[in-house]
Write a protein that binds this ligand. Structure first.
Ligand code: IDP
Ligand code: MG
Length: 140
């Protein structure tokens, strides 16, 4: 199995409810290592850039508003098949459809306020990590 990296974001609904530690515990229990982490508040332009792939979707405007509404915790996760492993422990986008025990099943509030972001492919992970972190901030 290849060692991979994935970009994770703990979203404002979760930081607001003080869930960073509980989410990190699920990440570490799954065997992923948090090799970079920083808490920031995004400006509109940063959120728009990060979610540019969704710019034509009906939820884009609200998503940018939500992602700039409070602090977020950006992370680089490392481990075997990190991209698909993290998607699995995150659960489905809509928490109503998320498997039991996943981050979204346990913590998400609704389809928008769904507590975490995770890269959906190795290619996008590389792009997102580059957008969010300097090389020196990632310490494996
Ligand atoms: P993902 O986060 O599971 O990869 P995406 O389809 O990439 O899901 O959507 C990005 C984010 O946009 C979601 O995590 C969620 O916060 C928000 N979102 C997605 N679909 C909807 C929707 O139908 N209504 C409101 N917000 C949505
Ligand atoms: Mg996505």
């Amino acid at each position: 199995m290849p060692i991979q990296q994935s970009l994770s974001i703990i979203k404002p609904d979760a930081t607001k409810r003080n869930l960073t530690g509980k989410i990190n515990a699920k990440i570490e229990d799954a065997g992923l290592r948090i090799v970079a982490q920083k808490r920031v508040k995004w400006k509109q332009a940063e959120a728009r850039k990060f979610y540019a792939v969704h710019k034509d979707r009906p939820f884009y405007k609200d998503l940018v508003k939500f992602m700039t509404s409070g602090p977020i915790v950006m992370q680089v996760l490392e481990g075997n098949n990190a991209v698909s492993k993290y998607r699995k422990i995150m659960g489905a986008t809509n928490p109503k459809e998320a498997d039991k025990g996943t981050i979204r099943a346990d913590f998400a509030q609704d389809i928008e306020r769904n507590s975490v972001h995770g890269s959906d492919s190795a290619e996008n992970a590389a792009k997102e990590i580059k957008l969010c972190f300097k090389k020196a901030e990632i310490v494996g």
